[in-house]
Every structure is written in C-alpha cells, then in structure tokens.
Design a binder for this molecule. Structure first.
Ligand code: ADP
Ligand SMILES: Cc1ncc(COP(=O)(O)OP(=O)(O)O)c(N)n1
Length: 273
C-alpha cells in the first residue's frame, strides 16, 4: 500500500464519449500520479461529433457526493468544470464553502467546441459573483473570457487586458487560454499571477481536430500539480507542457473532434517526477 497518496477532486459533468469532462480529468490526474475523486454534477450524452443532451444532478445528489468525499478522503486540490445551470452552480458553491478541499481551479466551461451550451446564460452571473471569488486559478478560453469581462478579445494585448479585468473582479490568478486561434503558428496562453507578475506559456500550434477536452486536461493537470504542493506558476507551466504533449502526439478515436492522448509524456520528464 502507498501511504499518503495525494488526493484530488473534480467537480464536473461526464462525457459518454470519454474525451472531456470528468473522464478527461480522471485520466489526466491518473497520468500525473495523483488519485482523483469525482463529484458528478451533470451527465452528458456526447461523442466526438457533439453533445446530444445533458441532465443536471439534483441538489441532494450533489450534496451527498460532496459529503461522501469529504468525510473519508483528504482532498489536497479541486477543480470545477461544466456546471450546467444556476441551481448547480449554487449547490457547488455552498459545498465548496462547507468543506476544505485545498486550492481551487475554476475552468468556467460554457460552450463545447461543437457549439452546445454547457452553462445556461443566466448562470454566468452566478459564476461571476459566487464562484469566481473562491477560485485560486481561473482558466477561461477566449469566448469564456469575453463573456466574463464583456470585452472582445482579438489580439494578445486584449488577452492581457481581459486577465487584468478578471483579476480586478476578485480572481487571484488568471490563465487566459489562447487555443481559439489568435496567434499565427503558436498557441499562447497569458498568465497573470496574484502578485502582479505575468508571463506567456507558448507551444507550437498543432494542425489537428483532435482537441476535444484540451481545457479540461490543462485545468486537471494544474490541479494535480497544486495538490502535490507545486506553486501556481510551476503548476501552470507543467499543465501547459502536458496538454501540449497530449495534443501533439494524437490518437485516432471517433469521427469528429477527437480526444487527446492522455498517455503522452512531457519531454525529459521521468515517471517519478
Ligand atoms: N491546436 C492546438 N495546438 C496546440 N495547443 C493547443 C491547440 N488548441 C488548444 N491548445 C492549447 O490547449 C489548451 C486549452 O486551450 P483551449 O482549447 O483554448 O481551451 P478550451 O478547451 O477550454 O476551449 C491551451 O493551453 C491552448 O493553448
Ligand atoms: C462534460 C463536459 N465538460 C466539459 C466540456 C468542454 O470541454 P473542453 O475541454 O472545453 O473541450 P471542448 O468541448 O471544447 O472540445 C465538454 N465538452 N463536456
């Protein structure tokens, strides 16, 4: 038996196709050598071609899952993903305030790459006022950063302005993801830390449609590294290197936006790192 196994929690929706949501989170955390528990707040019927339907969990089931996890496990870091609607966001916020789950990464999932809404429009305000203040790190993609700030993001300078606006709204650390095609030939994410320092994490842009679950994979890897005790900056740098490896070294699954290769290794990293 391994003593002191590092334990993490994902609070998100499932993906029947296996590429995003809770499934991507658990695969990522497993590959990053931490144990992952899961509070499932919604179930989706989806595959690489899109989301056919979803159903949010009743509050009682969300509460019972949090209670079961918190009563038995020692969670060192947690993340949120798809949160569906206002009652679900409120139930999650209530439980996050009730239990000590360590640093929190908030991936404000709103719309899947196929266009399906995974967070109702009226829940965006609830996320802004109730969930963002609890976040250690917020990881919006470009459309999500636009929704949260109310500004258009068309350039790298706009990404910096959006990060500052989000910090001004009370978020400690912000990672604005640039996966949605802003920079030629590269995929650059802008990071603004709590202490005011900022930097870019950049990788070559891979010409592929196998990018289903990129945001989940990045935020889960960051969560896993925070659970191990890494600094926010180191966790983000490792997260970027891991998600880049999973995109670059693709696998062939499904007929649409394919999932990532969670077995991919960060170059130069040993299995015990
Ligand atoms: N085609 C790509 N090539 C390389 N990196 C990518 C590509 N698409 C996304 N990324 C990276 O994947 C991570 C997730 O970004 P993004 O796709 O914007 O998030 P989301 O899945 O939430 O929409 C970011 O680090 C981004 O830079
Ligand atoms: C259940 C569920 N959660 C999140 C997402 C979105 O995941 P993301 O990493 O943003 O990947 P894409 O959907 O954009 O490919 C999801 N689809 N399902």
């Amino acid at each position: 038996m391994v003593n002191g196994t590092v334990q993490t929690l994902t609070i998100a929706g499932t993906d029947s196709g296996g590429g995003a949501g809770v499934m991507a989170d658990i695969k990522t955390m497993q590959e990053r050598h931490v144990f992952s528990a899961a509070v499932v707040v919604a179930v989706t019927a989806q595959n690489t071609l899109g989301v056919a339907d979803f159903m949010a969990m009743p509050k009682k089931m969300i509460d019972e899952q949090f209670k079961s996890v918190a009563e038995d496990l020692k969670i060192r870091a947690a993340k949120t993903g798809m949160l569906a609607d206002v009652p679900t966001v409120e139930a999650v916020v209530e439980n996050l305030k009730k239990y000590d789950l360590g640093p929190l990464t908030v991936d404000p999932v709103m719309i899947a790459k196929g266009g399906a809404r995974l967070l109702s429009e009226d829940a965006i305000q609830t996320v802004k006022t109730e969930l963002l203040p609890l976040a250690t790190i917020l990881t919006p993609n470009l459309p999500e950063a636009e929704e949260l700030t109310g500004m258009q993001i068309k350039s790298e300078d706009d990404m910096k302005t959006a990060a500052q606006k989000l910090q001004d709204m009370g978020v400690k650390n912000v990672l604005v993801k640039g996966g949605h095609n802003i920079s030629e030939g590269k995929s650059s994410d802008f990071v603004l830390l709590e202490d005011g320092n900022s930097f870019w994490v950049t990788s070559p842009r891979v010409d592929t449609n196998r990018t289903h679950g990129t945001g989940d994979t990045l935020s889960s890897c960051i969560t896993a590294e925070l659970a191990k005790g890494k600094s926010v900056e180191d966790a983000i740098r490792i997260g970027k290197r891991y998600v880049s490896a999973t995109i670059a070294d693709g696998i062939q699954v499904g007929h649409g936006h394919g999932p990532l290769n969670h077995w991919a290794k960060i170059e130069g990293e040993n299995d015990d790192d």
